[in-house]
Ligand binder design. Sequence first.
Ligand code: C5P
Length: 325
Amino acid sequence: MTTLLKRFHYITALLSSSAILLFLYFQNSEVVLKYSYYSFVSERAQRTSHICLEDRGNSSWFSERYKPTVPILLNSTNSELHPNISSWWKELQDVPNVSNYTEVVDQLFSLFPDKEHYSDAGPDRCRTCAVVGNSGNLLGSNYGQQIDSNDFVIRINKGPTEDYEKDVGNKTTHRILYPESAVDLDDNTHLVLLPIKVLDLQWLISAFTTKNITQTYTKVPSTIKASKDKVMILHPEFIRYVHDNWAEGHGRYPSTGFLTLIFALHICDKVKVFGFGATSDRNWHHYYDETLTLFEYGSHGGDFENKTINQLHQENKILMYKGLT
Ligand code: C5P
């Protein structure tokens, strides 16, 4: 009887310890399963963010042109210009009143943010951008929501949003302009000045202070409604780089739209392009007015710019939304 009881106790102990061992085993495997599930998920998230960051090195055509180290926005530490760039830039628009560039730059950065903007590129960044040109192909496109869903929405010159929201959206994080194309901005928008002469830098200072510059080669607004803390200035070396590397010297200097697109390639990880494209008779038309400009007319190499933009699309570096052409 005692032997039977002992055997019974022995079997119960054996069974319970096996149950405990089995429990522990499954618990651990659940941990393992859970762990591998989470690492699978995070690996997938990482892969997704890598999808966002375009592989800039996978096209020799692109690598030959793209220079990651070029200064994009001006600040007090990168403002000194190489003599070649200085002379090229200062002769783009011949207006009187050429002042001392260095003095003007000193004034600029006592007034506007003196920062290293957008030096945060890396595998974890996933910044999507919409570049919105002013082409009439936006009318009836219904692109508004798609445009607004991007982190940055970069608009150009006078392109309005009011009354055109359905086709062009209503978010504007950046607007690229120069004195002759200036419009008022809301407080959330970065004013990005495209300076084509020293006087443009002086106009920016004047517009926020004395308001005494009202004339360049034409009449310009004496002031602008915009947030002083959000002002940025394209670097003259960047303008020259776009002219040399991307427009391959066509035109005297690149169009605002083309410069904006290359600017976006440098500060964004995914670039979607809206509102670019002329009419079939080669006119630049606008979605908001009736003006027509032959795009090969004037200072820009419109035809070559278009070819380069199409090539960027072919190489998967930008995504073109062609609207109703
Ligand atoms: O006419 P505006 O210069 O203000 O337009 C901004 C930019 O939009 C142009 O520099 C050009 O690159 C682009 N655009 C275009 N096709 C049009 C009108 C403008 O590609 N029909």
